[in-house]
Design a protein around this ligand. Structure first.
Ligand SMILES: [Ca+2]
Ligand SMILES: [Ca+2]
Ligand SMILES: [Ca+2]
Length: 270
């Protein structure tokens, strides 16, 4: 009875050396590489990013400069990572982030996308980074004569005190415009009121009451003009001839109404 023993070539085993040893059985390929069994050996097909006989070498994916816009490249196992500068995004930092996408501008402002920021174009009457501030048009105190200023959108309104009008309350309402003084009384325009300077022979708030006149009666015709009722033969103050001339019509009228007396205007500013 003969026996024999086969001395196998490398890579084979078995009684008759009929069995090819599976060199991949020990999982020699690293990092997920695919192993192919060969005769007395194996080969590894590496996943992207790895190299070497058993895929144990981490390739430097940053060597190809994949990061744009000055981003810092970080070599990772099997991949790269870009650390983007402000205002950029994307795997390669090649996307300019649109900071207007979040609609940061309010009150109808338009948005300009900038690098890492935005700019709001405010409509008239608004200010602030987001145009969120309603400009106070009352800050310049545009209302006159103690008028109250109401701030509005891109403007203001003045609430005037009684007796004033106009966009800025700049106008003193002329309460004399309706000619309220009767009997040729002189109307004086005041704030929210008027007063009547009654001619000789009249009195009352609007000179509505007729009274007699006597020699020696005094009164006012204008703010600085006083009168005195004088006898017919009295002489006018020669210092004020023109002033008297200006009132000559009034003088004549008094002469008719209060017949029996000459009325002259003696102008003084005392
Ligand atoms: Ca941007
Ligand atoms: Ca405003
Ligand atoms: Ca007035």
């Amino acid at each position: 009875m003969f026996d024999f023993e086969c001395i196998c070539a490398r890579g084979f085993t078995g009684r008759y050396c009929q069995q090819d040893i599976d060199d991949c059985a020990v999982n020699p390929c690293q990092q997920g590489g695919t192993c192919t069994d060969l005769v007395n050996g194996f080969s590894c097909q590496c996943l992207p990013g790895f190299g070497g006989a058993v895929c144990g070498t981490d390739l430097d994916e940053c060597l190809s400069n994949p990061c744009a816009n000055g981003a810092i490249c970080l070599d990772r196992p099997g991949r790269f990572e870009c650390s983007c500068p402000l205002g950029y995004s994307g795997i390669n930092c090649d996307i300019d982030i649109n900071e207007c996408d979040s609609n940061p501008c309010v009150n109808g402002a338009s948005c300009d996308d900038l690098l890492g920021s935005f700019h709001c174009n405010c409509p008239e009457g608004f200010e602030g980074i987001f145009c969120e501030i309603d400009t106070d048009e009352c800050s310049s105190a545009p209302c006159q004569n103690q008028g109250q200023c109401i701030d509005q959108k891109n403007g203001y309104a003045c609430l005037c005190r009684a007796g004033y009008e106009g966009p800025f309350c700049e106008q003193d309402i002329d309460e004399c415009a309706s000619a309220p003084c009767q009997n040729r009384g002189l109307c004086q325009n005041n704030v929210n009121s008027f007063s009547c300077n009654c001619p000789p022979g009249y009195t009352g708030a609007i000179c509505e009451t007729e009274v007699g006149v006597n020699v020696g009666d005094t009164g006012r015709i204008g703010a600085n003009i006083k009168f005195v009722v004088t006898p017919e033969n009295s002489v006018l103050n020669p210092v004020w001839p023109l002033l008297c001339y200006a009132f000559s019509y009034i003088c004549f009228k008094y002469l008719v109404v209060f017949s029996g007396f000459w009325l002259s205007i003696r102008a003084t500013n005392k």
